[in-house]
Design a protein around this ligand. Structure first.
Ligand code: HEC
Ligand code: HEC
Length: 345
């Protein structure tokens, strides 16, 4: 078949219009996404009054991995927030001092510094304030301030690091500074992902299926609660906004504020790295991401999502899995004769 020149030109024009319509669709999706989300900052955001320096980040990293912050010398922050497994322990509830089991699922420390507050119920203001708690929690690390400070003071390398990390202070070896150093380190735990590359302008960073999932995530309304730079982490919402979840025992923020309207209200979790941070929900009761998405559709939106929608949303959520900036596994300084020994009781 021989086509006339004008027909060929017309067909080319149609193809051109079609492809630019597609391109417009694609950047429309990205523009819509940019109304709701933001890429991770390219450098960590530190706290006013807790300026970082190299010694402070090094110290914070060491303390994060040092089980001598626990009474038994068995538990470190990394026991429950394993940086090799998405910053969690992949357990419904965590095991701590004397193999006691806590009552809430451990959330990830990756990107946690970007949340409005810390914990499922938001009871700590920021990562610095949070990081002085677990050491003293009887079911987590089981120690006391005095024990920890005695241990640290007995290890010359730590004494020097505290001085270098807090050069402006006359008495740098203080318990509060354990939190300041760990908090500063935690602020470096950001995990840029394919979704960030996409938001930053690389249209091909997401696959077609991931884009469909992103569109569904916005269209069905997940984005009403899971939005912003952490795709969550920035508001408090009731679990069971439309329909009751099964077996919801946890009272959430009610236990913090005592207000009736805070019953079963939780900080909306960040969905960054969600495919790594199973099991899901405050009680770690759901192990499959598909199932968690299905439950959310029903409890939060009153929607019975189709298998196809769930499949696409899960694909999109996979694009939120990021790569942590390389953090070296620290070599911890040895204890001395003066260091209080581990106590398992
Ligand atoms: C025995 C396990 C365990 C240990 C050890 C532990 N944590 Fe946690 N962590 C948890 C659990 C469980 C929660 C959630 C508790 C809640 O919300 O009430 C949590 C919450 C957090 C959060 C809040 C994250 C968010 O999204 O709200 C941060 C940050 C954190 N831990 C950091 C640390 C640091 C730093 C250490 C070491 C000093 C530490 N944790 C030690 C189990 C542990
Ligand atoms: C009305 C607010 C709201 C909406 C809408 C919403 N969520 Fe949630 N989401 C929450 C809250 C609150 C939690 C924490 C529930 C709990 O206490 O475990 C949560 C938890 C989750 C979790 C588990 C996170 C974890 O770390 O365990 C996933 C996954 C999730 N949501 C995905 C979605 C998806 C996908 C949609 C849309 C189908 C959606 N959410 C809609 C508020 C919401």
């Amino acid at each position: 078949v021989k086509l006339g020149k004008s027909v060929v030109v017309a067909m080319a024009a149609v193809a051109l219009v079609a492809s630019s319509a597609l391109a417009a669709d694609m950047s429309d999706l990205r523009n819509e996404a940019l109304d709701h989300f933001a890429p991770l900052p390219s450098t960590p955001v530190f706290k006013e009054g807790n300026r970082p320096n190299d010694a402070k980040i090094t110290l914070g990293r060491m303390l994060f991995f040092d089980a001598r912050l626990s009474k038994s010398n068995v538990f470190s922050c990394n026991s429950c927030h394993n940086l090799g497994t998405g910053g969690v322990d992949n357990n419904s509830f965590s095991t701590g001092h004397r193999w006691q089991v806590g009552g809430r699922n451990a959330p990830t420390v990756f990107n946690a510094s970007l949340h409005i507050a810390q914990f499922w119920d938001g009871r700590a203001a920021d990562v610095e304030a949070q990081a002085v708690g677990p050491e003293l929690n009887p079911v987590e690390m089981g120690a006391t301030e005095a024990l920890i400070m005695e241990r640290l003071a007995s290890i010359p390398a730590y004494v020097k690091l505290f001085s270098d990390a807090f050069p402006e202070q006359r008495k740098p070896l203080r318990y509060e500074n354990v939190g300041a150093a760990i908090g500063a380190f935690e602020r470096t735990l950001l995990t840029p992902s394919a979704f960030d590359a996409y938001l930053n302008g690389n249209e091909s960073a997401l696959s077609g299926k991931e884009k469909k999932g992103l569109a569904a995530f916005m269209n069905v309304g997940c984005v009403n609660c899971h939005n912003g730079v952490a795709v969550g982490g920035n508001s408090y919402q009731v679990f069971g906004a439309v329909n009751q979840p099964e077996n919801l025992a946890d009272k959430g923020r009610f236990d913090v504020t005592g207000k009736e309207e805070d019953l079963h209200v939780f900080k909306v979790p960040s969905l960054r790295n969600i495919e790594l941070t199973y099991p899901y929900f405050n009680d770690g009761s759901v192990w499959e991401l598909e199932k968690a998405v299905k439950i959310m559709g029903w409890t939060q939106l009153g929607e019975k999502l189709s298998d196809k929608q769930i499949d696409e949303i899960v694909a999109f959520l996979g694009s939120l899995t990021g790569v942590a900036e390389s953090y070296d596994l620290p070599t911890l300084p040895p204890s001395t004769a003066k260091t209080p020994r581990p106590d398992r009781n």
